[in-house]
Design a protein around this ligand. Sequence first.
Ligand SMILES: [Zn+2]
Length: 142
Amino acid sequence: MKKNVAKKPNLLLSIAQCKCSHCRQGDMFPHSAFNIAKFAQTNERCPVCNFKFEIEPGFFVGSMYIGYAISVALFTTVAVGINILSNIFGFETSVRMYVISIIVATILMIPFNFRYSRVLMLYWFGGESAKYDETAVLKAQD
Ligand SMILES: [Zn+2]
């Protein structure tokens, strides 16, 4: 039985909180997603286990594909939502209403889309080095 090893943090909770994929304790982003000027800043290394988030140069360029998928899901959700609301409340819809609603929703969700596309990129495609390591914090302290 191992000693001095913390309980394994939940995977989905760690992703939702934008935690380091390696130790699941350190924050990937130094500022809040609501800080419009600084939401895109990403820590170079995990503040807890010192894991380097950008595993190789340009690693996060691939997160654009994940961001695109998130955007498509957002477009679909907004369009279906407007359709359902128009059926419930009986108002007329137009192409302009759909386009404006989707644009507004997309702009409002930019910080979350940016962050979660990076977080998912790291968790899915980070490779063996980015996998959860329960001893990562202890190794960093040595
Ligand atoms: Zn870490």
